[in-house]
Design a protein around this ligand. Structure first.
Ligand code: GTP
Ligand code: MG
Length: 203
């Protein structure tokens, strides 16, 4: 059994007034597009958000066969690492794929590969280009990563990559990633302009 965790507790400040998680990407709420891209590779979903987002996100995610657990932040605005921790704590499977709510071009084949490569380790994470890790497009052993995030947060770190470095992790380099996905798969949406461009790509 595999869980897909979507992190959505951010404030979308670059996006503007609207919560980007529910902004319309070619007619579909962004988070629903992300869930659509995940459901082929996982059995259940966990969505991390702030309590005030829950109703709207549930509506945006209505109608899936996959069970969906909402994991609300108790400490809000603590950054993505805190969201990953909260989401992974709610996962009931050994391994979970984690993605941000603003990555509409997730590739199920690459998600599958990340699960395969994580087996027997604590994490599998892509690294493409100039050494950029993609910790919000990675598979984790849920309890190990949640514990590592808790330690990092307690130490005052908010750098999302810090907990990974304390784990037994496998890196998927650009060559391996490219066998499964185009590098656009890591694109994330921060502004209305980027959302409009993503809609163009989907036409
Ligand atoms: N739980 C939680 N998730 C967060 C937090 N900050 C960001 N995220 C999530 O982490 C992912 C990447 O973050 P950003 O692209 O910076 O999103 P954001 O913080 O909402 O947007 P900006 O305010 O424009 O930076 C998104 O899925 C966010 O929802 C936070 O403080 N708590
Ligand atoms: Mg942010």
């Amino acid at each position: 059994m595999r869980t897909g965790v979507i992190i959505a507790g951010g404030y979308s400040t670059r996006f503007g007034e609207e919560d980007k998680a529910v902004a319309s990407l070619a007619g579909t709420p962004l988070i629903r597009r992300v869930a659509d891209r995940m459901t082929g590779a996982v059995d259940r979903l966990v969505v991390n958000c702030r309590p005030e987002q829950t109703a709207e996100l549930r509506t945006a995610l209505d109608g899936y066969d996959h069970p969906i657990t909402i994991a609300e932040d108790t400490d809000c605005d603590e950054g993505p690492m805190s969201g990953i921790m909260t989401g992974l704590r709610a996962a009931e499977t050994e391994y979970a794929f984690v993605a941000a709510c603003d990555m509409p071009f997730l590739e199920p084949a690459l998600i599958e590969r990340l699960f395969e490569r994580a087996g027997g380790h604590d994490a599998a994470v892509p690294r493409v280009g100039d050494g950029w890790f993609q910790p919000t497009y990675a598979v984790y052993r849920a309890s190990a990563m949640a514990d590592a995030c808790e330690v990092a947060l307690a130490e005052g770190s908010h750098k999302i990559i810090d907990p990974l470095f304390t784990l037994d992790y496998v890196v998927l380099g650009e060559d391996e990633v490219s066998e499964y996905a185009s590098l656009d798969t890591f694109e994330n949406i921060n502004t209305p302009e980027e959302l409009a461009r993503a809609a163009e790509q989907l036409r």
